[in-house]
Each structure stands twice: as structure tokens, then as C-alpha cells.
Design a protein around this ligand. Structure first.
Ligand code: PEP
Ligand code: MN
Length: 334
């Protein structure tokens, strides 16, 4: 719709699309309002929409992803949680333990990341572990500890939802619901968080293409939840010197393809703590809207991902480096 289109004109087009059996997603923008119509291509193409007052142009979206594509919403999406922002110049700096292990470990880490200027606290209560014989997370008790850490630090919480049976406690406690790499293609879980009233942090599957990641995001947005943050966390390649291969190229590609914010997890990609800072720097320099990193008071005793967690004592230096580079890139810490 052109910049001067009235609400009545927008409503008229939406009504016409719905009559034709299409769903209409209205995105008000700086220059124009975009109405995304999803339905039978031929039926929509047959509507004389160009003749409607207020309509500027009608364009087919050729990409398989529609609602998450740049074409439907040229303005970048900004995700907000408890006043913290990610996207469109706001840099999300998310840090915390891999896993909530104890009250003390979580609170110590939360205080350290808050003091270093991070914008959100991460921590898993429900953990996707490769081995069924390793620590699986504290579950609901872990959520309670995270809530206490938020209470004390004011930091919004990012925590993973693994199973649709845990939707209630996780959605209630989380400020941002993480969908882990292993669940990126769990389409029923994606649809479930698509109905949740909280933003979703969607991690790229280790063997998923950029297009598959965008299609997974489309599952969430299609259900009505437009607040999705995409996360590149490394993919599986023939290379074994890092835990996964951080796909730096995916960052500018995603930024081109989608209006959603794109962040990077250098911790799981690196697998080794000495590689986390250089990978994080590369992510910021490539235009990421944020990073999510693992921090632990005593990584050598961590129950999960011990080798890659940054010790609390070294975190101020890590944060200084990231904050400086983010401002060099013209970003404001969200
Ligand atoms: C995590 O961030 O806690 C995690 C398990 O990462 P991923 O899903 O990317 O493996
Ligand atoms: Mn981890």
C-alpha cells in the first residue's frame, strides 16, 4: 500500500484477500504498509488488486519463505524482551551457563554477565544431550533458579524448550524461548512456539541449509508469532578441528534474505574456549545482531560443555572486546 493509504483502504484489501481464501499479514513500515497474502497463487493473481485505492504494487514472492522474507518487510524487525532489544542497530549480548547446575553456579554467572554489560542471561534447564547417560538438566527446578537470577540482575532469560509437554513452565518463565539446533526441524514444536506470547530464538540445525532455517522460522511466524531471532551456531562439515564449522557466510546471506535479527553462537561452534573470542569477533564484524556465549564460574567442573565455557574471571575481558567491536560496527548494545 502506498504511504498515504488509509486504514479503510488497507482493511478493504485484507477483506478482499480473505474472501478469496487467502490469509493476510499486515506489516506497517516506514515508507509503506505491506500486506502479505498467503494462499492459492492463481486465485490471488486473478484479483484486480492493482485497481484498489491505496494499492501501490502487487508483487509475487518467489522465495519459498514468505513472512520471514525481506520482500514482505523491508524494514528490519526489532525483538524486545523486558526493555532489551535485538535487531536494527541494537546488539544483543546474551551470556550465561550452558546448563543450570546449582543455585550458586547460576547466580555467580548471572552477576558476572550483568556486571559486564550483557543484555540477556542464557541457561538451559532442559538439556538436549547426545548421551542419555549424562546430566539432562534440572528441569523445572532449573527454571526456578533462572527466575531468581533474573529477579536479582534484571536480565531477561533465554532458555530452551525441548518438548511440547514442557511448554507451560518454559513459556511462563522464559523471556525468550530457545529452540535448539536438534529441534529446528521439529515442526510441531515450532508451531507450538508460534502460538506462544514470547519471542523465539531459533538455532540452525547442524545439517540444515540457510533456506531450511528460514523455512523453520516460517513455521513459527505463520502461527502468529512474528518475534523470531535466528541463530547461526555452526554446521557439520568434514572439518574436525572445531566442534562445528561456524558458517560466517550465513550471516550476510540471512541479513539479505530476512528482516529477522540474526545472532551467532560462537561457543558451540568452537567447542574450545580459546576459539570463542575470535569467532565472536568474526560474527560481529560480519554484521550479526548479537551473540550468545557460554560462561561458567569453574568450567573445569561444568557438567556440560566444559571445554567451551568462558571462565567468569576472564569474562570482563571478553565483554570489553565485544562491546568495543560492536560499537565500531555502529551498533548500540541493546
Ligand atoms: C544450547 O545453546 O544450549 C545448545 C544446546 O545449543 P545447540 O542447540 O546449538 O546445540
Ligand atoms: Mn552448551
Amino acid at each position: 500500500m502506498n504511504g498515504t493509504a488509509t486504514q479503510e483502504q488497507i482493511d478493504e484489501v485484507v477483506a478482499r484477500l480473505e474472501e478469496a481464501g487467502a490469509s493476510a499479514h499486515v506489516t506497517p513500515g516506514k515508507q509503506a504498509t505491506v500486506i502479505g497474502a498467503i494462499g492459492e497463487r492463481e486465485l490471488i493473481a486473478a484479483l484486480p488488486l492493482e485497481g484498489y485505492p491505496g494499492v501501490e504494487q502487487v508483487l509475487p514472492i518467489l522465495k519459498p519463505y514468505k513472512l520471514v522474507s525481506r520482500e514482505i518487510s523491508p524494514d528490519p524487525t526489532v525483538i524486545q524482551a523486558r526493555g532489551r532489544r535485538i535487531g536494527d542497530g541494537y546488539f544483543g549480548f546474551i551470556a550465561g551457563p550452558c546448563t543450570v547446575e546449582t543455585h550458586e553456579q547460576t547466580l555467580t554467572t548471572a552477576r558476572a554477565v550483568a556486571a559486564a554489560g550483557c543484555t540477556m542471561l542464557r541457561g538451559g534447564a532442559f538439556k538436549p544431550r547426545t548421551s542419555p547417560y549424562t546430566f539432562q538438566g534440572l528441569g523445572v527446578e532449573g527454571l526456578r533458579i533462572l527466575a531468581e537470577a533474573r529477579e536479582e540482575t534484571g536480565l531477561p532469560l533465554v532458555t530452551e524448550l525441548m518438548d511440547a509437554r514442557d511448554v507451560e513452565p518454559v513459556v511462563e518463565t522464559a523471556d525468550v524461548i530457545q529452540i535448539g539446533a536438534r529441534n529446528m526441524s521439529n515442526f510441531s514444536l515450532l508451531a507450538e512456539v508460534g502460538k506462544a506470547p514470547k519471542p523465539v530464538l531459533l538455532k540452525r540445525g547442524p545439517s540444515a541449509s540457510v533456506e531450511e532455517l528460514l523455512m523453520a522460522a516460517e513455521y513459527v511466524v505463520r502461527e502468529g508469532n512474528a518475534e523470531v531471532i535466528l541463530c547461526e551456531r555452526g554446521i557439520r562439515t568434514f572439518e574436525t578441528s572445531t566442534r562445528f564449522t561456524l558458517d560466517i557466510g550465513a550471516i550476510p546471506v540471512l541479513k539479505q534474505e530476512t528482516h529477522l535479527p540474526v545472532i551467532v553462537d560462537p561457543s558451540h561452534a568452537a567447542g574450545r574456549r580459546e576459539l570463542v573470542l575470535p569467532l565472536a569477533r568474526a560474527a560481529v564484524a560480519a554484521g550479526a545482531d548479537g551473540i550468545i556465549v557460554e560462561v561458567h564460574p569453574e568450567p573445569e567442573h561444568a557438567l556440560c560443555d566444559a571445554a567451551q565455557q568462558i571462565p567468569v574471571a576472564e569474562f570482563p575481558h571478553f565483554a570489553d572486546e565485544i562491546n568495543a567491536l560492536a560499537s565500531l560496527m555502529g551498533k548500540v548494545i541493546g
